[in-house]
Design a protein around this ligand. Structure first.
Ligand code: ZN
Length: 425
């Protein structure tokens, strides 16, 4: 018998043609990357609260500074968490086309990639590790300007900013006061190592002149909730948005450091601040900028900031400095690495260290230089709560059955040693 395969193949092909001609109009298949469509985002002009219109032309300084493969790798492996960026960024062989916040009919911002024949140096205001001169013996941080940003405000603002809890009648735990205390211990340690150090804040007062009442109308425009929710919203716009934007202005326009250390103490959900839940575990991680969510990529100012971070190559520096700090800090504090619950769309793990994660926070996005955002200890863990209640002291004391230094000194010492180790190399 003759081989039936050619006949069957012809029949199948015929049926396929008939099907293709008669089928209802299906959605377009995904565009292959080589010949992409020009995307038109639904609302490219949307901005975050209190954000200014981004100055896209400032990115002209980065033409021919990054290769296509570095750009794509940073964008897809660190800075974004899904494919939403494809609505706004088209990567071609020699350039990327980026939808700005302007009228979508306007041409996109065109970023030309570096090529082997045409590579320009990356313009940056901060000194990176790779090109620093070798520091003198004993002064590994010489010629380095470090800003210390003690997280939150503390003092009378601690309750409003929800970084306050109290057990019984003993001293309440207020993160903003604890971070400022560590900042003041850390400053002389870094100066001893040769650094110039500036505190972003040195009191428990806000940097921003705005207060919740100044932001009430903005809150009302943006939400239709009841009075209590509106008040909470205005407060959040004050202590989070306006405060961190004011600190960013100070960092970027006045301090202009090579590195910012954002100091925080971590916590897990504690419920009622007057009767908080204590948990039996403590941990540590460091956050670098990255992990932009789909909604964040859709906001023109955040998309612009993400591009600027990618082009300034801050991630490479943050990962390098962060890795040594994390290793040293973990060795001294014995804290285990925090593991983010799986499935979140706002975080990327950084492969070089189990302690490093990329997340898009207002501070590490807006500060115009590498930022090491520290999240050691868990304030409402039984272990660290006992240490916080013990307060600051010199030397060692028995707490939780172990001879240990004060939590504040351990924080400052371990961070200073990590920085010394990194920059001594
Ligand atoms: Zn914090």
């Amino acid at each position: 018998m003759r081989n039936p395969a050619p006949l069957i193949a012809t029949l199948c092909l015929g049926l396929l043609v008939v099907f293709l001609l008669l089928r209802p109009k299906a959605p377009e298949p995904p565009t292959p990357p080589a010949i992409p469509e020009k995307p038109v985002p639904s609302n490219p002009t949307a901005l975050s609260f209190l954000a200014e219109n981004p100055a896209w032309t400032t990115l002209e300084a980065y033409q021919h500074t990054i290769s296509r493969s570095d750009f794509e790798k940073l964008l897809t492996e660190i800075f974004t968490t899904d494919e939403t960026w494809r609505e706004f960024i088209v990567i071609l062989d020699e350039q990327a086309e980026i939808i700005t916040n302007s009228d979508p009919a306007e041409p996109p911002f065109v970023l030309h990639f570096a090529t082997p024949e045409n590579t320009h140096p990356t313009p940056r205001l901060w000194k990176d590790t790779a090109t620093r001169p070798i520091p003198p013996e004993g002064k590994p941080l010489e010629n380095l300007h470090i800003a210390i940003d003690a997280g939150h405000i503390g003092g009378e603002w601690a309750k409003i900013e929800e970084r306050w809890f109290q057990i019984g009648n003993v001293k309440p735990v207020t993160e903003g006061d604890m971070t400022l205390y560590v900042a003041k211990l850390l400053k002389p340690l870094l100066e001893e190592l040769g650094a110039t150090v500036t505190l972003v804040r040195s009191t428990a007062e806000p940097v921003t002149p705005l207060r919740p009442e100044n932001l009430a109308s903005l809150a009302a425009e943006s939400a239709t909730d009841d009075a209590a929710s509106l008040r909470k919203f205005a407060e959040r716009l004050f202590y989070r948005t306006a405060e961190i934007r004011a600190r960013a202005d100070l960092v970027n326009q006045t301090i202009r450091p090579d590195l910012v250390l954002c100091l925080h103490f971590n916590a897990e959900a504690w419920g009622d601040p007057n009767s908080p839940t204590l948990i039996p575990r403590t941990h540590f991680h460091i956050l670098l900028n990255g992990g932009y969510t789909p909604d964040e990529v859709r906001l023109a100012d955040q998309r612009f900031a993400m591009l600027k971070k990618i082009l300034q190559r801050t991630h490479e520096e943050e990962a390098l400095v962060g890795k040594t700090i994390a290793e040293t800090f973990a060795e001294i504090s014995k804290l285990p690495a925090y593991i983010y619950p799986p499935g979140g769309n706002n975080v990327r793990s950084v492969s070089s260290s189990p302690f490093l994660y990329a997340r898009n926070l207002l501070a590490n996005r807006l500060y115009d230089c590498p930022v090491i955002f520290m999240e050691p200890y868990v304030m409402n863990s039984t272990i660290d709560y006992a240490r916080i209640q013990a307060g600051d002291y010199e030397g060692l004391r028995i707490i939780n059955g172990q001879q240990i230094p004060s939590i504040f000194r351990e924080y400052a010492d371990a961070l200073a040693k990590g920085l010394a180790k990194h920059y001594a190399r």
